[in-house]
Design a protein around this ligand. Structure first.
Ligand code: ZN
Length: 204
């Protein structure tokens, strides 16, 4: 029931993969988070929870919360983060309002650390608190906070295809990545350039 194929996980970063839940199809915005089940599927796709957990949690949460309200809140947060990504790539100053929106999520702790005795000493383990689906927005907020603190803003790029809205963090060695993916946009652009050259050659 949790369909994960429609998500474009090309961001190289949890924050950008979340932003990329809004895509484009034929140049029009295309929403992949159409239902609460879609959001749960996305959290499976990015490995926040397992597929087995998802089935149980979906049923539990559906009986506990207004999934419509939750989805709206999630999409509002996503839209704030899309603006943020636009602003970073456009070198526009980040507003206090955006920082407040992230801090609002950071406040809601998503779990706790437990100490466990293991064979050769001790180990610290993180236990995800999944009592409420809003907790799942917390790791995304953490990813944004880490990005703002530690990432190189120059490597946040939008796919160069004019019809595409996907963002990615360019971790390639030469930092010359231009497309969300070669398959989706890169090959199309290459084919278009090839035909243009061929046409020009024919005209000359
Ligand atoms: Zn693209």
């Amino acid at each position: 029931m949790f369909e994960t194929e429609k998500f474009s996980l090309v961001g190289n970063n949890l924050f950008l993969d979340f932003v990329n839940t809004e895509k484009a199809r034929d140049g029009q915005p295309f929403e992949t988070l159409e239902s609460f089940a879609d959001f749960v599927a996305w959290t499976v796709a990015v490995d926040l929870i397992t597929r087995e957990q998802a089935a149980d949690l979906f049923e539990k949460w559906s009986g506990q919360i207004s999934t419509v309200k939750f989805l709206q809140e999630t999409i509002n947060f996503r839209n704030d983060l899309r603006n943020l990504a636009e602003n970073i790539s456009g070198k526009v100053e980040i507003s206090e309002k955006t920082i407040d929106s992230i801090n609002e999520r950071l406040k809601k702790q998503s779990g706790f650390t437990v100490l466990e005795k293991v064979e050769n000493g001790f180990e610290k383990l993180f236990r995800f608190d999944l009592s409420d689906p809003l907790k799942l927005l917390h790791p995304i907020a953490e990813a944004v906070a880490d990005f703002l603190c530690y990432a190189n803003f120059d490597f946040l790029r939008k796919c160069e295809s004019a019809a595409c809205v996907l963002f990615f963090y360019d971790t390639t060695k030469n930092h010359k990545r231009r497309w969300c993916s070669m398959k989706a946009c890169g090959n199309q652009a290459k084919a278009a350039a090839f035909y243009k050259r061929k046409k020009q050659a024919a005209e000359n």
